[in-house]
Design a protein around this ligand. Sequence first.
Ligand SMILES: [Zn+2]
Length: 345
Amino acid sequence: MPQGETAVPAPPYTPPAFAVADEQGLTQLSFARRVRGRQDLGPWQQAARQKLEELLNLPEPARLTAPEYEVLHDFAGPGYQGQKIAFACFDGQTVLAYLLLPRPLAGGLPGILALPGHGLGARSTVGLVESRDGQMSMAAVLASQGYAVMAPELRSFGEREIEGYRDPAGRKTHEVFGNFMLSLGRPLLGLTLAEAIQALLLLAGHQAVDRRRLGVAGLSQGGRLAHLLAALRPEARACLVASGLASSLIYDRGYSDPHDEVPGLLRYFDYPDLAGLVAPRPLLLSWGLREWGPYWWEARENTTYQYLRGIYALADAPENLDLDIHPGAHAYHPEGVLRFFAKAL
Ligand SMILES: [Zn+2]
């Protein structure tokens, strides 16, 4: 029994036993169905990446370039110097982001893209507001430990919430915007992923950063984005998913909102398969024993981790897959984060 388990009396969520017609017809492009031996691994990863790009309706790669950026203002925190920046992304929207560099500044730094989730946005990742959403000011912690860190504000969150919307049902503008984008056939996950890719390329091109030492990290929805980004882009050499992965077929089963999902996911694969596209690069999965929802189950049953062990073994890199089950809630576990990146980058 994992340490601390007795402190949590009952599952906060039980996956519903919906009947699924033609269950055998699902996940046709999964690792479990497609890969029989080592020779199948690369072709499977390539086919799954292509399908993922299609489901997310990602902009063509030529539009996802390293953007020019403008510095809006400078600031400083313990052990780092920061800049709030803005850049125009692939569709002309302005992305705000925070760029943190360790002080004193050196060259050849490892760089980390830190992606916020549904919480308080990039300011919480950076620690500019009280970080009550599990983000633990992780960008500032990493910068003070010698990493160049960029935390972009994702579309429809934080300082990029869409103004002028009032909902008697109390829904956030992010939800309504996400729903509308879905009806346009432009899943929000694809739009935010495209922005995140451009932010990573911006970080890669920064004069203080060694582009061969780039990582990506995220909490919750940010963790989902992190592993999808690393799945698609080889520039991400290491990936940390904190409380951001759960099998959709086994645990989530409709718990998450469609506007946050890969549309049509389970026809082809499940999130553990998509995390398998990160192999053989270093990947850390972390969950807290006091998680909510589907993540609570992953923290106990480690289903995604066990599935990925098979993929990493076949990729000849079992040592590059890490698991950190911590006693906390739906949050980063700073010790595990620092240990992972010190080894991986
Ligand atoms: Zn959402």
